[in-house]
Ligand binder design. Structure first.
Ligand SMILES: *Cc1c(COP(=O)(O)O)cnc(C)c1O
Length: 358
């Protein structure tokens, strides 16, 4: 049975990446050692991390005045590190509230004494759409935005207009659609959704925004940048897996081509959901995510049955996040069109059977 993994993260890897890992494990580049066993202070590993940086720079067209950091601690640690590094002047950030992860970013900033003001929110719309943000006259060090809302299923295709520094949590649509890096002061993303495996977080930050103050070393972007992200032992295997994923994405044709494929994949599922009388996606169409698609039947018992039968059919990890219930299909870069076809065919069959019985 072919298995398709719709997990929101850690998520599926591209098949060629898995195959390369398998091949490399006994002996990385004829060294007789696996990449997990070599020192990060070797030329062998230097090539890996430098290639990863160069390929990412190339793919996202990251200008020279942005530093790229390969860190640990997940996107969650960046909720703390960002205000530590970037909220130096006013100790005040603005938060665009689009759901769970944006709120989490605010909570962590408040814990270190940063003032957080919610500058726009779609909470009253159950986060089924994006809020409209307009600059106010406050001085914010930055405005925090979650580009893709992994749990709620919304995404900013067009960024809000602002004169302030924009910081983007791009964890769940990093490399899945095109953004202009220069629209942001900083971008960050956990790797386990679209860039390989857990244990690695990428931060892309404009160099004039950092180095304002001494901080604990592992939270100090300037100190980390000075040491090429190797202030201590970096997550070598996760960086290696990210580099393979970046190479794979380049082979596909880069982010523009990936976005085109992702739009095809998500359209197929949205079209099915929109014509269905049983399944519904509740998100305002212009605000829908390409990568995380929640849907419901309206009856939690039926939802349960859907997940159970889908699992038996090899369509894995479709259970929705506990905060919103129902189902969620994560269609990250590695998910092939065949997986989406298998899912829509399964849902269609389930629906036909359902209406025969009801
Ligand atoms: C998954 C996710 C996070 C949390 O990432 P960790 O790496 O587990 O800390 C934060 N923000 C968004 C948008 C996410 O999708």
């Amino acid at each position: 049975m072919t298995v398709y993994n719709f997990s929101a993260g850690p998520a599926m890897l591209p098949k060629p990446v898995l195959a390369q890992i398998k091949e490399d494990i006994p002996s990385f580049q004829n060294s007789g050692m696996s990449v997990m066993e070599i020192s990060h202070r070797t030329a062998l590993f230097d090539n890996v991390i430098n290639d990863a940086e160069n390929d990412l720079r190339d793919l996202m067209k990251i200008p020279d005045n942005y530093r790229i950091l390969f860190l640990q601690g997940g996107a969650t640690l960046q909720f703390t590190a960002l205000p530590m590094n970037l909220a130096m002047r006013y100790n005040h950030i603005g938060l665009i509230d689009t759901g769970h992860w944006s709120i989490r970013a605010g909570e962590e900033a408040e814990k270190i004494g940063t003032k957080v003001t919610i500058v726009a929110s779609s909470k009253n719309q159950d986060y089924h759409q994006l809020p409209n943000y307009v600059d106010d006259n406050n001085n914010y060090d930055y405005i925090h935005l979650t580009t893709n809302n992994t749990i709620e299923g919304t995404a900013f295709d067009i960024l809000p207009k602002t004169n302030k520094v924009l910081v983007g949590d791009m964890s769940s649509n990093f490399l899945a659609q095109q953004y202009n890096v220069e629209d942001f002061g900083a971008i960050y993303a956990g790797a386990q959704k679209n860039l390989g495996i857990a244990g690695l977080t990428v931060v892309i930050v404009r160099d004039d925004l950092i180095g304002k103050k001494q901080l604990p070393s592992m939270l100090d972007y300037q100190a980390l940048a000075n040491k090429n992200s190797m202030l201590n032992t970096p997550p070598v295997f996760a960086i290696y897996a990210a580099e393979l994923t970046l190479k794979w994405l380049k082979d596909i044709g880069g982010i523009a081509e990936m976005e085109r494929i992702n739009r095809q994949k998500s359209s197929k599922l949205y079209q099915f959901l929109d014509q269905s009388r049983l399944f519904n996606n509740l998100i305002k169409p212009c605000d829908r995510s390409l990568t995380n698609i929640p849907f419901v039947t309206g009856d939690p018992e039926v939802d349960k049955q859907v997940i159970k039968e889908a699992t038996a059919a090899g369509l894995m990890n479709l259970k929705g996040h506990r905060l919103v219930g129902g189902m969620r299909a994560s269609l990250y870069n590695a998910m092939p069109m065949e997986g989406v076809t298998a899912l829509t065919e399964f849902l269609d069959k389930f629906e036909t059977n359902y209406w025969e019985e009801h």
